[in-house]
Write a protein that binds this ligand. Structure first.
Ligand SMILES: [Zn+2]
Length: 220
């Protein structure tokens, strides 16, 4: 039984299935689907519906391989972003994340964001979103922050909590413009998340200027 509680909404799955999501968001959905049987089945169902529609409209073009579309989104990433030496999946990491990491967790260039959070930016060849790994140490608190745009997060390892809930491996979260939260790592081990951040976050803390790294995103 899957413990996943938070999933992309149906519209996001439809857009993923149609191949029209921005690559950074598609990467997050693909990462979630790696863990989530429920969404994988829903995507297959959507794909069958699309095939039926095409058949009934007389189109001979039937697309059955939905995951090809993710590959296509990934293919838009410039070739030189990847080298061929990436290691096989890190633990139970989704293949797309392993591919973007081009190595293991230790080989990433981690930047300290605060005493308990480190960030490693992943190259995706697009500038609308910054895609990065965040590592929160056990029990570590991130600064309370709001967002100037959308923030997608997928938990890859461990768990964290905020004012609303606890999020575990595979959970998919979307924070919208204007929402505030303060994620805290679980006590029992470090938490690693994949995130796609649309615009620089806004710090709620008046001393936020002391934490300048949080104010920048580094699209590559
Ligand atoms: Zn799901």
């Amino acid at each position: 039984m899957s413990k996943i509680k938070y999933h992309p909404d149906t519209m996001t799955l439809i857009e993923f299935s149609a191949g029209v999501l921005p690559p950074a968001v598609a990467i997050c959905v693909a990462a979630h689907v790696h863990y989530c049987d429920q969404c994988r089945n829903e995507l297959l169902r959507l794909d069958q519906v699309a095939s039926q529609l095409m058949k009934s409209s007389g189109s001979t073009e039937i697309s059955v391989d939905l995951f090809k579309r993710v590959e296509e989104a990934i293919d838009k990433i410039p070739e030189d972003t990847f080298n061929e030496t990436f290691s096989p999946a890190e633990g139970n990491f989704p293949p797309i994340v392993s591919k973007l990491m081009q190595g293991n967790l230790q080989s990433q260039s981690w930047k300290k964001m605060s005493s308990s959070v480190e960030k490693a930016t992943l190259k995706t060849g697009q500038s609308e979103y910054e895609v990065a790994l965040h590592k929160i140490c056990a029990g570590g608190k991130t600064p309370k922050h709001g967002h100037g745009g959308k923030e997608y997060t997928v938990v890859l390892k461990g768990s964290f909590s905020d004012e609303m809930s606890v999020y575990s491996e595979g959970d998919f979260l979307l924070r919208e413009d204007g929402e505030e939260h303060q994620p805290t790592g679980a006590q029992n081990g470090e938490c690693i998340c994949l995130s796609a951040l649309q615009a620089p976050i806004k710090l709620s803390n008046p001393f936020g200027f002391l934490m300048k790294p949080w104010l920048r995103i580094n699209p590559i």
